[in-house]
Design a protein around this ligand. Structure first.
Ligand code: NDP
Length: 364
């Protein structure tokens, strides 16, 4: 169905839309529903993939065809019974996620046909909306859409905010990043390097460590799967660590805390090793270093800093355009693969930002 629509030769988007919608009017659209709270990793009982008749748009509303769905570690947190930073997803609701989509039907002048939009929406093939949750996404023709969306939506602003506003990194400092080959980690390392820092990345496995050095400009890569992270860190940072950009927690966090210099800053961006925990997570055992090394520890949630998004996004876009930074995306095909894609974040199978490709652009 999507393939056919792309072959229409109309120049006029309205005609294209009519043709497109006529073909799709009776079509069912798929959505993921949250069915059962997971005990550990999400599995086949956690969600249900449901095909439903197409919904009509309301007055002033829009219909968005999802192009890419961003898979983020926090998706799992939204399913937990923890007291978290926003409303969790409720059982019976469509699963929530960041999407990049194209407006394929519109009664809203702010969102003309063919507009690319991003927003916090649902794991759906198509989204019917008032437009409230969406903002326009501007991309230049030569840009890879998945990479641009992946870098701009969450990972780029998160890496930049954590380093610049929270850690206030200074030239010459030693910056340690965990989950360094992932979406946030690859950018954090490269940004710290651009700012004149020495960068040490921690990741799992030889291939990821090679990418840290060769693609993301890390000065040193540490493979935590080889064990004895502390000894590896001592060798990598003989003068200690000034900024720890923490994405993992657990043993990795402890090893980092043990390396901190006086007046160091620990940016708690994420604790992915704990999100699937079935029992309360102990530690960190080196918490005493908060006193001994006079550390500042600060957590943040990037959604609290939306007002800085335009500045962060401009900066990331410029670096990407200039080739000063790279951004690797791990794309999985088809909305039906969303749960497997989410679980890659926890198994570490992903080589870069995890994204599900849902469809191609229909109107442009
Ligand atoms: P990534 O692309 O980094 O993927 C997650 C990676 O985490 C995996 O590839 C794996 O890498 C590593 N990992 C998973 N489980 C473990 C484990 N038990 N021990 C050690 N490493 C593990 O994901 P994101 O970039 O989306 O997220 C990274 C972190 O940033 C998360 O903690 C997330 O919650 C946080 N985050 C926070 C935001 C905020 O606003 N504070 C916003 C966005 C993300 P490896 O193979 O190297 O083990």
């Amino acid at each position: 169905m999507w393939q056919k629509a792309r072959h229409y030769k109309f120049n006029d988007k309205t005609k294209k839309q009519r043709a497109f919608n006529t073909m799709n009017d009776t079509a069912s659209k798929s959505h993921w529903y949250f069915r059962k709270a997971p005990d550990g990793n999400a599995d086949e009982t956690t969600f249900e993939f449901v095909s439903e008749p197409r919904e009509a748009i309301s007055e002033g509303g829009i219909r968005v065809a999802t192009l890419f769905l961003s898979l983020d570690a926090t998706n799992r947190v939204w399913l937990s019974d923890w007291d978290i930073y926003m409303e969790p997803v409720q059982i019976g609701e469509r699963m929530r996620g960041f999407v990049l989509g194209e407006v394929i039907e519109s009664e809203n002048k702010d969102f003309p046909l063919g507009t690319l939009v991003t927003g916090l929406s649902t794991w759906s093939e198509e989204i019917v909306s008032s437009g409230e949750e969406f903002t326009q996404f501007h991309s230049s023709g030569d840009q890879d859409l998945a990479a641009a969306f992946g870098a701009m939506a969450v990972a780029g602003p998160t890496a930049l905010h954590g380093l610049a506003a929270v850690a206030e990194i200074q030239e010459g400092e030693v910056v340690l990043v965990s989950a360094a080959a992932g979406a946030v980690g690859q950018l954090a390392g490269q940004i710290a390097k651009l700012k004149g820092c020495r960068t040490i990345g921690i990741a799992g496995g030889e291939e990821k460590c090679r990418r840290l050095r060769e693609r993301f400009a890390y000065d040193v890569a540490i493979d935590y799967k080889q064990g004895d992270i502390e000894s590896q860190l001592k060798e990598a940072a003989p003068l200690g660590v000034d900024v720890l950009f923490e994405n993992v927690g657990g043993e990795v966090l402890d090893a980092g805390l043990a390396m901190m210099n006086d007046f160091g800053r620990v940016v708690v961006c994420g604790l992915i090793s704990t999100y699937n925990a079935k029992e309360p997570v102990p530690g960190p055992f080196m918490f005493r270093n908060v006193i001994m090394r006079r550390l500042r520890i600060e957590g943040f949630v990037i959604l609290d800093h939306i007002e800085h998004y335009p500045t962060y996004q401009r900066q990331i876009a410029q670096w990407l355009r200039e080739g000063s930074i790279r951004f690797d995306v791990h794309t999985v095909d088809g909305l039906g693969s969303a749960v497997d894609a989410m679980n890659m974040l926890y198994s570490g199978e992903n080589m870069g930002k995890v994204m599900v490709k849902v469809s191609d652009r229909a109107l442009n």
